[in-house]
Design a protein around this ligand. Structure first.
Ligand code: PMP
Length: 452
């Protein structure tokens, strides 16, 4: 007998057939350009993707800064499959399940000192909105309800929620929604300084004084009206912008002095990207709240986590409403399957010492990317851990065109990099080896020469 579903099986597309591109409105993508010339990935294993036509593509971006343990990890897929069979879902509302508590405990073993409480979300954007709301919750519970203002930074990226785009400083993400952003938000100046610090390896000596603008904002608004400062310790999405030496420390001093909370958005930097579990540890500055997502479970299942200092949590717990202390949460907060993937991921990071590897490979990666200095139109190269940004001058066709051209060329020749405007970012999985680093840098070099 034929199986009952044989006819539908026969009509079902195999994964290598080209799908209709008609209906999916793609996020953060030049839809028209893409659909005219699509780039479709179908498989991932180790350091490589395979595209729909069977071409192998070296992953120099860890997906989208997520797959730090490399692709196709059996430990993760097995943990996910086991968990789905055991319990697919449990309500996050007035109910719990052991695996989320276990994960929170494991995460806290990695987190900077004092950040001992974990709130689960499903993405970086949700982690950011959660952190901003926690800051408000804390000040209100602490008898300082007037502290409602937020301070972000120019060129900062904090996801796409209304909170995130309000404190964020990428003008394209804001302009399209202007008029409807959060009130009471200021921005510190960004720390990109090509004039003084081009081709700096690691952190620059220039620019720590940009943190002093925070004092001016405190004078302007009054500390009693400011809830929190949020910055990425290293901006990823804006094109790998590193903190000048001493800058983060200064932000910490000023926020502490004025009772303002300091939030580090580590959605990209957490879990080994910059040569330590957290950027906060690498650069020795401990904030009050840290937002994470992405590499928490190797990008396998959507998940984010907000790490919080005990005093914030404890103060919120003393809030006036004893039924629910913090009116916030998601249906999928601490989702058991995402949590199982995260536990398996953390074991890989630990067993394979991938955070240490990121630190140890830093110098090799640095030398490799800085070898691109002198190629046509390269005006800056920045790096730390296993992340680098290569910046070009814009070409005559307009801002971002040269960067996009380099990205396209790389992809067509078998390497996936990421373009933000005229900056190419590379952030390979932390399992990368020296040969693969050479391969990605050679591919980029060819693309830069070809695009001109
Ligand atoms: N914050 C930072 C620093 C990010 O880099 C990102 C994503 N690149 C986000 C927040 C938003 O994360 P998501 O896309 O998961 O919402």
């Amino acid at each position: 007998d034929l199986p009952l579903n044989s006819s539908s099986d026969a009509s079902h597309q195999s994964s290598t057939e080209h799908p209709s591109l008609e209906h999916f409105w793609m996020p953060f993508t030049a839809n028209r350009q893409f659909k005219a010339n699509p780039r479709l990935l179908t498989k991932a294993e180790g350091m490589y993707y395979t595209d729909i036509d069977g071409n192998k593509v070296l992953d120099a971006t860890a997906g989208l800064w997520c797959c730090n343990a490399g692709h196709g990890r059996k430990e993760i897929s097995e943990a996910v499959s086991k968990q789905i069979k055991e319990m697919d879902y449990a309500p996050s509302f007035q109910m719990g399940h052991p695996i989320a508590f276990e994960l929170a405990e494991r995460l806290v073993e990695l987190s900077p000192e004092g950040l001992n409480k974990v709130f689960f979300t499903n993405s970086g954007s949700e982690s950011v909105d959660t952190a901003l709301k926690m800051a408000l919750c804390y000040h209100r519970a602490n008898g300082q309800a007037s502290r409602t203002r937020f301070i972000g930074r120019e060129m900062g990226y904090h996801g796409v929620g209304f909170g995130g785009i309000s404190v964020g400083g990428l003008s394209n993400n804001r302009k399209a929604f202007s008029g409807q952003l959060l009130q009471g938000v200021d921005h510190l100046p960004h720390t990109l300084d090509i004039q003084n610090a081009a081709f700096t390896r690691g952190l620059s000596h220039f620019g720590a004084e940009k943190a002093e603008v925070l004092e001016q904002l405190v004078t302007l608004h009054g500390a009693e009206n400011i809830a929190a400062v949020i910055v990425e310790p290293m901006s990823g999405s804006a094109g790998v912008i590193l903190p000048p030496q001493g800058y983060l420390k200064r932000l910490r001093e000023i926020t502490k002095k004025h009772g303002i909370l300091l939030i580090f958005d580590e959605v990209i930097t957490a879990f080994g990207r910059v040569g330590a579990a957290f950027a906060s540890q690498r650069w020795g500055v401990i904030p009050d709240i840290i937002t994470t997502a992405k590499a928490i479970n190797n990008g396998a299942i959507p998940m984010g986590a907000v790490f919080v200092q005990d005093f914030i949590h404890d103060t919120c717990m003393q809030g006036s409403n004893e039924l629910i202390e913090f009116f916030h949460g998601y249906t999928y907060s601490g989702h058991p399957v995402a949590a199982a993937a995260a536990l398996a991921t953390l074991s890989i990071y630990e067993n394979e010492q991938l955070f240490e590897r990121s630190f140890e490979l830093e110098r090799y990666f640095e030398d490799a990317v800085h070898s691109l200095k002198g190629l046509p139109n390269v005006i800056d190269i920045r790096n730390t851990g296993l992340v680098a940004g290569i910046q070009f001058s814009p070409n005559a066709q307009g801002a971002g065109k040269r960067g996009y051209g380099v990205f396209e060329h790389c992809f067509r020749h078998g390497t996936l990099v990421r373009a933000t405007g005229d900056i190419i970012a590379m952030s390979p999985p932390l399992i990368v080896d020296k040969r693969e680093i050479d391969q990605m840098v050679n591919s980029l070099s060819d693309a830069i020469n070809a695009v001109g």
